[in-house]
Design a protein around this ligand. Structure first.
Ligand code: SF4
Length: 388
């Protein structure tokens, strides 16, 4: 199964911690509108360029609009992109079609129109239910707007709604984070992604930390909040299927799962990444990525060339290392599936280490699948390194 990703590189305002490629309007509204229109023509042009290659005509089961803030686009923009995709590639009936949505950019009517355009899953960037946290993160919405956005989404007919929350904010107490989790589960999302705040280089937050304007939580306090996340969400029926991702039964993100199991995906738009292997037994694969500049991206496509910034060929040993990392971070490694996919054993080579992980309650063998326990997720990076 394969996936399609569309990177929509526009935001109303740049958040202090964000290092995704996106731009906020600097020029006049009409110039910005012109840039958006140019980008929309370019992304459809890029789809057409890729669709010219026969090997990409496989069945696609997920489409994901990420960014940036795709919900800033109009429903008719999204409908046109979906129409271009379905005329260019085979899209499965019932494909999962996700739109990253920021509260503060939509109302009930707009959400209804997104639903009518074919979007069937929303990934909402809520981040916190505390207004002072949202202000610190420089988000454009308030807690009340986030709650209203969720109610509007249900009213608009969405039955699959995911929330993104961020923990380990400076001086965040366990009580504050628990209140976020409880307010979130009270709104009955089908899926939650909970990420620890990362201080990325070249962001305003990085400079604030460097100049000691703010201090980050220490590793121990961060771990306490993460353990609380796993505990609270498990008690509310969420299954953890990746370090940061939790779903009600039947609502795991098929798009995310495809990334984590080395399925093929094509990415469109500035900075979008793609991954492709033509083989069932995956001994080599290509990864490529687009330039991170909306004007440069549009120019390239207008000249009929792919807007590539780089590419790499992954050989078998690299793919196996990645598969171990991705599998353990997600819902485990299946011994038979691993051999079939990568032509290599995993368990034979690591038998002693796996037994040790089980003894320490860091991992558990369920049938033929090795998965991390909640205690193991806490030490995920070290465990993955020890198995390479
Ligand atoms: S809304 Fe999302 S993509 Fe845009 S600046 Fe904020 S974190 Fe980054």
């Amino acid at each position: 199964m394969a996936s399609l990703y569309l990177h929509i590189p526009f935001c109303e305002h740049k958040c202090i911690y964000c290092d995704f490629y996106s731009i906020a309007p600097k020029e006049s509204p009409s110039e910005h509108h012109g840039l958006v229109e140019r980008f929309l023509r370019a992304i459809k042009g890029e789809v057409a360029l890729r669709a010219g290659e026969e090997r990409f005509h496989v069945s696609y089961e997920t489409i994901f609009f990420g960014g940036g803030t795709p919900s800033l686009l109009s429903p008719s923009n999204i409908a046109e992109i979906l129409d271009t995709l379905s005329r260019s590639f085979p899209i499965e009936p019932g494909a999962e079609i996700t739109l990253e949505t920021n509260p503060g950019t939509v109302d009930r009517r707009k959400l209804k129109e997104f639903r009518a355009a074919g979007v069937n899953r929303l990934s909402m960037g809520i981040q916190s239910f505390h207004d002072d946290d949202l202000k610190f993160l420089s988000r454009i919405h308030s807690s009340d707007q986030a709650k209203q956005c969720v109610r509007d989404a249900y009213d608009a007919g969405f039955e699959n709604v995911s929330f993104d929350l961020i923990f380990a904010l400076p001086s965040q107490t366990p009580a504050r984070w628990r209140s976020n989790l409880e307010q979130a589960v009270g709104l009955r999302p089908t899926h939650m992604s909970c990420y620890s705040l990362i201080v990325e280089p070249n962001t305003p937050l990085f400079r604030m930390v460097e100049s000691k304007q703010v201090s980050t939580l220490n590793a121990e306090d961060d771990a306490t909040l993460y353990e609380m996340t796993m505990d609270v969400l498990a008690r509310h029926g969420f299954e953890q299927y990746e370090v940061s991702n939790f779903a009600q039964p039947g609502f795991r993100s098929r798009h995310n799962a495809n990334y984590w199991n080395h399925s093929n995906y094509l990415g469109f738009g500035p900075s979008a990444h793609s991954f492709w292997s033509d083989d069932q037994l995956i001994r080599s694969a290509k990864r490529w990525w687009n330039i991170s500049n909306v004007v440069g991206y549009s120019e390239r496509v207008e000249h009929g060339t792919l807007p590539l910034a780089g590419e790499e060929t992954l050989v078998s040993s690299q793919l196996i290392d990645e598969a171990i990392l991705l599998g353990l971070r997600a819902d485990g490694i299946d011994v038979a599936g691993f051999r079939k996919r990568y032509g290599a054993g995993f368990f034979d080579e690591h038998r002693a280490r796996i037994a040790e992980l089980e003894r320490k309650n860091l991992a558990v063998l369920e049938g033929e699948r090795l998965r991390l326990t909640p205690k193991g997720y806490l030490l995920c990076d070290e465990i993955c390194l020890s198995l390479r």
